[in-house]
Design a protein around this ligand. Structure first.
Ligand SMILES: Cc1cc2nc3c(=O)[nH]c(=O)nc-3n(C[C@H](O)[C@H](O)[C@H](O)COP(=O)(O)OP(=O)(O)OC[C@H]3O[C@@H](n4cnc5c(N)ncnc54)[C@H](O)[C@@H]3O)c2cc1C
Length: 572
């Protein structure tokens, strides 16, 4: 079938929904492969940052400094400034839409400390994260979804986008697959916004939900759009051992501490000023160093997160959900027993390059694609550089989701619908038919497991040239095996095996982009630690990586925008 809207948004997480609210006066269609409220944004626990200073003095300049320093100086500072200055407005807007934030005694929005957020340019931790217990993402997602329904936004839930349609050099729609009926649809639009989230599921140990397979990143990459800074993959320090389920930084924000097998608060050695509230890259590396040097708990691959000092009342009020994960999955009660944790893949700092209004950039000179926008975790503005600070992602998705919405509204008011040919639909049908008909000898699950374990082994926190090259070779052979897959389910309705097969193709392509970008960055910065190049090298690598797919992947670079803060040594 053919459908037509002014704007198609791919993704119903916070970035997609915030843009939809902005454009709701126009005719907007939101396509999501999961039910909108099941998007990964709903799993966000800790909060959203803004220097509103409700609990103690705070300033946007301090927020900007922390974000830039946290990024290991790779963030574009003009974009960071726009984000942090807009943060208070973004939070009050959520409050007015009905988000039930926790409150201070005098009724203001409550705030808590979070890793890397400080006062006076690094003096000591500051309470900057606005939160709703440990369910912040859940309540913001539900609120924005309500706002969209109220404003008449049209949803296509459980519809899987297979391709972007470009005609006459302009993105004019998408082809999507209705998971319930198996029908293919051509959705025409004057503009398309990609808001498809992250790709954590390429790693074995991850905090990400099943839908975080990076489809949007690869849809852009396949359409000759480069990907920026893909080597920067964030590992969150505290995943529940051994599952990887997230224990939010809020646990440390509320006073929890990390302890090694000798009972030492080891972060005092790695970050004497902010200790357990250092940025994630620093803590994850410290945990792995403790384990590598034999100071894991009971000689095993984990350390302890100790919340016992917080007391039952505080844990129940502020950390109920995450402590319930420890009770359910590990059978331990964090009120009395420390939680075993290990770093878990959490977030991708890189993504589809955009300007500050979500326009997708197709080269290192800043040329914008026509009709195509990106926002949220799949986009790289770049405000997080080489390492994102906690609670800055919800801020990013809301600020730049809204800004994209404003820019799109302006564009669609000036442009006409273009009639699309039926060729993209035919190609998609052919692809699906080919996947269903192929009688190969490989199962997608086997290939996916190998991919996840090789990414853990060669491209997680510590990397080196040999490992990255091995990783690339192995991805190459997994791609060959992929050509010989055999799907068991040949049906049309809710054929998740078929969807997962397509997701896997995207994932393999993204793994290659990450490995190659990591191989070419011969320095250590933020989340990218090269054992063979342990120092940060500003002379050669204070620049953004761009990887182009072309016939053969090609790496190019573009400069970092530095406005207020010159790169310094990162001491916490
Ligand atoms: C466990 C966890 C806790 C977190 N806690 C915090 C926190 O406290 N504070 C903070 O700032 N950040 C946090 N983050 C990070 C933050 O939640 C995410 O970066 C952010 O929510 C991403 O939002 P998004 O809108 O870009 O994508 P998502 O919320 O991931 O949504 C992606 C959407 O794209 C759709 N989609 C994808 N591919 C397709 C396709 N092919 N076809 C159709 N639809 C598609 C999906 O259906 C989904 O609707 C957390 C992340 C995790 C995993």
């Amino acid at each position: 079938m053919n459908f037509r809207h002014d704007l198609i948004i791919v993704g119903a997480g916070l970035a997609g929904l915030r843009a939809a609210v902005e454009c709701a006066d126009e005719d907007v269609g939101v396509v999501s492969k999961v039910l909108p409220t099941r998007s990964h944004s709903g799993a966000a626990q800790g909060g959203i940052t803004a220097s509103i200073g409700n609990e103690e003095e705070d300033r946007w300049e301090w927020h900007m400094f922390d974000t830039v320093k946290g990024s290991d100086y790779l963030a574009d500072q003009d974009a960071v400034e726009v984000m942090v200055r807009d943060a208070p407005r973004a939070v009050y807007e959520l409050e007015h839409m009905g988000v039930p934030f926790n409150r201070t005694r005098d009724g203001k929005i409550a705030q808590r400390t979070f890793g890397g957020h400080t006062r006076d340019y690094g003096e000591k931790p500051v309470k900057r994260a606005c939160y709703a217990a440990d369910r912040t993402g859940r309540v913001v997602l539900d609120t924005l979804y309500d706002q969209c329904l109220r404003r008449g936004v049209k949803f296509y839930p459980e519809h899987y986008v297979l391709s972007l349609v470009f005609e006459d050099g302009r993105c004019g729609g998408v082809v999507s697959f209705d998971l319930s009926s198996g029908e293919l649809d051509l959705l025409e639009a004057k503009a398309v916004l990609l808001a498809t989230g992250g790709c954590g599921k390429i790693y074995e140990t991850t905090s990400n939900g099943y839908a975080s397979t990076g489809d949007g990143l690869d849809l852009a990459y396949q359409s000759c759009i480069p990907l920026e800074d893909m080597e920067f993959v964030q590992f969150h320090p505290t995943g529940l051992y051994p599952l990887g389920i997230l224990v939010s930084e809020a646990a440390r924000g509320e006073g929890g501490v990390l302890v090694n097998g000798l009972g030492e608060r080891f972060m005092e050695r790695y970050a004497p000023t902010v200790k357990d509230l250092a940025p994630r890259d620093i803590i994850s590396r410290a945990i792995l160093t403790e384990i590598k040097e034999g100071r894991g708990v009971d000689g095993k691959d984990f350390v302890h997160l100790d919340l016992t000092r917080l007391g039952e009342a505080k844990i129940t009020e502020r950390l109920w959900e995450i402590t319930s994960f420890a009770r359910i999955y590990l059978g331990i009660d964090p009120v009395h027993t420390p939680i075993p944790v290990l770093p878990t893949c959490h977030y991708i700092m890189g993504g589809i390059p955009t300007d500050m209004d979500g326009r997708v950039l197709i080269d290192e000179k800043g040329m914008a694609a026509k009709g195509l926008y990106a926002a949220g975790e799949c986009a790289c503005v770049s405000v997080h550089g080489a390492n994102r600070l906690g609670c800055n992602s919800l801020l990013d998705v809301l600020v730049f989701g809204r800004r994209s919405g404003i820019a799109i509204k302006e564009e669609i008011s000036k442009s006409e619908h273009q009639a699309l040919s039926s060729e993209p639909l035919r190609l998609a049908k052919q692809k699906i038919a080919g996947l269903l008909a192929h009688e190969g000898s490989e199962k997608i699950d086997g290939i996916r497991r190998s991919m996840r374990s090789l990414m853990m082994e060669y491209c997680s926190i510590f990397r080196n040239e040999n490992g990255l090259k091995k990783g690339l070779e192995e991805i190459g052979s997994l791609k060959e095996r992929y050509n010989d897959i055999n799907l068991q389910d040949k049906g049309r309705s809710f054929n998740y095996e078929l969807m997962e097969a397509i997701e896997l193709e995207h994932q393999l392509s993204i793994c290659e982009a990450i490995l190659l970008s990591a191989l070419h960055r011969k320095e250590s910065r933020g989340a990218h630690i090269r054992e063979d190049y342990p120092e940060r090298d500003d002379r050669q690598y204070l620049k953004h990586t761009l990887i182009f797919r072309n016939q053969k992947p090609e790496i190019r670079y573009k400069p970092v925008k530095i406005t207020r803060f010159q790169p310094e040594e990162r001491i916490y």
